[in-house]
Design a protein around this ligand. Structure first.
Ligand code: SF4
Length: 398
């Protein structure tokens, strides 16, 4: 079958505004220091090849599935954020870990790798808008409120991998765990064995979808805590009665898909199967045929019958790559407009070349370092996830 992938139209929303600015305290990051090569430099590919060859085993490059082709071609391994951090830890000979991903991923890599390994994020402005939606001061304020109401003791905090190291450490300190989109159901099941309620951070959609569609709760069991409103915008009784307290965060990319886009593609492409990421909203996930992490989406499409048609609701770089790699299947992007993760896209070839050439010249630029106390408690939360039945074996390094 010829490649039938249809390029979506440009987005009417200014998603590229994300990642601008210079606030070092947020996931939106800061401007890069130093002189970047010009994007028009025709030698960028050969410069990246030469720098990588010069560094040899001293560098290990991690490429998240949502990264651009122009940088993913230099990745030593591709995957989701947790798998990539584990792969970095499995290569202790590499003193430099270059993360083609976003800031919280580089933090996780620093937490999981050895002391002598230094993690580099080629563009410090590559943050994550979802991770930015849970600020540690706001989360501590929420926990103080639950303590005041006498329910903190029976609440287990669970944070999605897509959160800052400070939030992971908060969950570690307070008896909670990290989860990924692959093991959210197991993490929540564990949490409800430890307590009566869960505070789920920072993605309300993953929390709601897992609680309702996998654990059989009702939508009424869930409340949404809005950190920008007094007492989360909830009454004391709403907080006392809820089983799932969902933080009001979301992914700017996956929340763009709507129930209409699912209905529309089913009308337009008879027999199409809809596969979406659980960061999509409840209406989208409820209408989909398959729901799963990026790794599950890739595995499902790889195993699908030739000639089958798939509408995919996840980041566009990954969907385009799937369409190129599976030209025997019809791969359709679930939205009609462009839906890149703008902050992921900030890692481009000029930044990669700059980071690698700096390492060749003996200068470690854009190092991501998590302080020892935060790293310790974040590691506690990550280890609780790894101790869940079946999780460690599912995420062993390749
Ligand atoms: S795709 Fe969404 S969750 Fe992932 S880095 Fe981008 S904004 Fe964050």
């Amino acid at each position: 079958m010829a490649n039938t992938f249809i390029q979506p139209e440009p987005s009417p929303l200014a998603l590229l505004l994300l990642g601008h600015g210079s606030d070092a305290d947020t996931e939106r990051g800061v401007e890069c220091p130093g002189a970047l090569p010009a994007p028009s430099d025709p030698d960028l590919v050969s410069r990246a090849q030469a720098a990588k060859a010069a560094l040899g085993n001293r560098v290990y490059i991690l490429g998240h599935h949502y990264q651009r082709d122009e940088v993913i071609q230099f990745a030593d391994v591709t995957g989701d954020s947790f798998k990539l951090s584990q792969q970095a830890a499995a290569h202790p000979e590499a003193e430099f870990i270059v993360f083609e991903g976003v800031h919280f991923m580089a933090e996780s890599a620093d937490i999981l790798t050895a002391e002598h390994q230094q993690v580099v994020l080629p563009d410090m402005a590559a943050g994550c808008s979802m991770a930015d939606m849970a600020d540690i001061e706001q989360v501590e304020e929420c926990w103080d409120l639950l303590t005041e109401l006498g329910i903190a003791d029976v609440t287990v905090p669970i944070t999605y991998m897509n959160s800052t190291a400070a939030i992971k450490a908060f969950t570690g300190r307070n008896g909670g765990s990290v989860c990924t989109s692959s093991n959210a159901e197991r993490s929540l099941t564990w949490a409800f064995e430890q307590g009566e309620k869960v505070l789920f951070l920072p993605d309300q959609h993953l929390g709601r979808n897992t609680a309702v569609l996998d654990l059989g709760m009702s939508l009424d069991d869930c409340v949404v805590y809005n950190p920008n409103r007094p007492r989360g915008g909830l009454t004391d009784d709403e907080l006392r009665n809820a089983k799932m307290i969902l933080w009001r965060g979301h992914c700017s990319v996956h929340s763009r898909f709507s129930a209409d886009t699912v209905d529309e593609v089913r009308e337009r492409v008879p027999g199409v199967q809809v596969i979406v990421h659980p960061e999509c909203n409840f209406d989208v996930v409820s209408r989909a045929d398959v729901v799963g992490s990026t790794e599950k989406i890739i595995a499902t499409i790889t195993a699908a019958e030739p000639g089958s048609a798939w509408a995919v609701g996840t980041e566009l770089n990954l969907v385009k790559r799937l369409a190129e790699e599976h030209s025997d299947k019809e791969i359709i992007f679930l939205d009609r407009t462009v839906c890149f993760c703008s902050t992921m896209n900030r890692i481009d070839l000029p930044h990669l070349v700059w980071a690698l050439e700096s390492l060749v010249n003996g200068e470690v630029v854009n190092r991501i370092e998590v302080d020892a106390d935060t790293a310790h408690w974040a590691r506690v939360a990550l280890d609780r996830m790894l101790a869940l039945p079946g999780v460690a074996s599912a995420v062993q390094p390749d």
